[in-house]
Design a protein around this ligand. Sequence first.
Ligand code: MN
Length: 151
Amino acid sequence: MSLTIYNKKRDFKKTSEPSGKIKKSSSKKLIYVIQKHAATRLHYDLRLEMNGVLVSWAVPKEPPKTKGIKRLAVMTEDHPIGYEKFKGTIPKGEYGAGKVEIWDKGFYELKIKDEKKIEFFIHGKKLHGLYVLVKTNFGNKPGKSWLFFKI
Ligand code: MN
């Protein structure tokens, strides 16, 4: 868990995103959020609180509300706790320039976690139920590519 890449990519004099420090959230419930991010390409950023950061995946298509739809989820840099509240516009020329909206939020319960699989119960508004992230060789970023779907 590290926020070095997160901090390196951003100029906090220019973007209103929070700067990164590892910390535990005050709640006992683990943070779950999906932010809709209209960057160069529209995508959905899935973030799950783990060990003092928000572990993050970029999902290029709308996350599935029902079973039977599998989405590619590309792991991106860890984000700081607090980022789940961020919405607004990242200015032109900055990393991730474009509008960020909170698409869904709530908490999650971790069920299984190993190198290749994370199974978790999402308590959100748009997404609710048991979901899984499974590591895959699919996509153009091997090692970072996962599949995200409801089970
Ligand atoms: Mn993003």
